[in-house]
Write a protein that binds this ligand. Structure first.
Ligand SMILES: [Zn+2]
Ligand SMILES: [Zn+2]
Length: 280
């Protein structure tokens, strides 16, 4: 990974320079490098998860979410090899034959410990902020302890160097399932990471549709999540994406025109008194 090697060299030269300002800048470069390592893995997998399902952006959260919902090997090490000579699709393929084939390496993905990387990302953050004074007597200092920062940077470089030796990143093979959203966008998901009754959001950031995953025997079905509201004039049911109302503030009033009679309607959240069922 050329870009990471360049980032590492930049951090190393800042450490050699050694001034407090240079080391503080190195802390910032270190944090950016961690984010780039993680977001690069997100980038190649982004078609499998919508921005709304991702919800947060912190490196540890992003990696955990990708492992759970997109690719269990996103932070793992593996080597991709291919046979030197073409293999006929008609040929019978046995374990012995596979082992006898001569392979050439295509590339290597180097994994990382997301927890440790995230710990360093957080630790470096403390060097990029001014310490809050705990009393009137306490002096305000622009920089933190540079010796501790040097140690943290050196530990981070030990984590980044092996990752920089990777020559590729890729997503693991698996069955893709598709569903077309009403907005026209085709959404893709990896079937093995879906669970029954899971809600997934449309990939289109301008679309507020959400879909419920349902397992029917060996089929996966995506059901649009809707809220149905009766028109106050003609009683026709008007359907809306669930999030239209579920993301609405309690005091907010939504306006809609009935699709049947065109009457203007208003809707808002209403707190009601519910009498609990009596136990017999
Ligand atoms: Zn959509
Ligand atoms: Zn109506």
């Amino acid at each position: 990974m050329k870009w990471l090697k360049a980032d590492i060299r930049k951090i190393e030269s800042l450490i050699v320079e050694g001034s407090t300002a240079a080391l503080t800048y190195a802390a910032l470069e270190g944090r950016l490098a961690i984010e780039k390592v993680v977001y690069e893995r997100l980038q190649i997998n982004h078609k499998y998860i919508s921005p709304e399902d991702l919800k947060k952006w912190q490196p540890k959260y992003v990696v955990t979410k990708l492992i759970q919902e997109v690719d269990a090997n996103v932070a793992s090490s593996f080597t991709l090899s291919m046979s030197k000579d073409p293999v006929s699709p008609d040929e019978e393929f046995s374990q012995e034959k596979a082992e006898a084939i001569e392979y050439v390496e295509v590339g290597r993905q180097v994994g990382f410990d997301a927890k440790r990387l995230s710990k360093h990302w957080q630790a470096l953050s403390s060097f990029l902020h001014v310490k809050v004074p705990l009393s009137s007597e306490e002096m305000i200092s622009s920089y933190s302890d540079t010796e501790i920062l040097k140690t943290k940077l050196s530990e981070l470089l030990d984590l980044l160097r092996p990752i920089s030796e990777g020559t590729l990143i890729m997503n693991s093979p698996g069955e893709d399932v598709y569903f077309h959203c009403e907005c026209g966008v085709e959404n893709i998901r990896k079937s093995q990471f879906l669970t029954d009754n899971q809600t997934v959001n449309c990939h289109n950031k301008d679309c507020n549709a959400s879909w419920l995953v349902r397992f029917h025997d060996d089929r996966i079905v995506f059901e649009r999540e809707i809220v149905s509201i009766k028109c106050a004039v003609c009683s026709a049911q008007n359907e809306f994406a669930k999030k239209t109302f579920f993301n609405m503030d309690r005091k907010q009033i939504a306006h809609f025109e009935c699709k049947q009679c065109g009457a203007s309607n208003e809707a808002r959240w209403h707190l009601i008194n519910v009498t609990p069922e009596k136990c017999h």
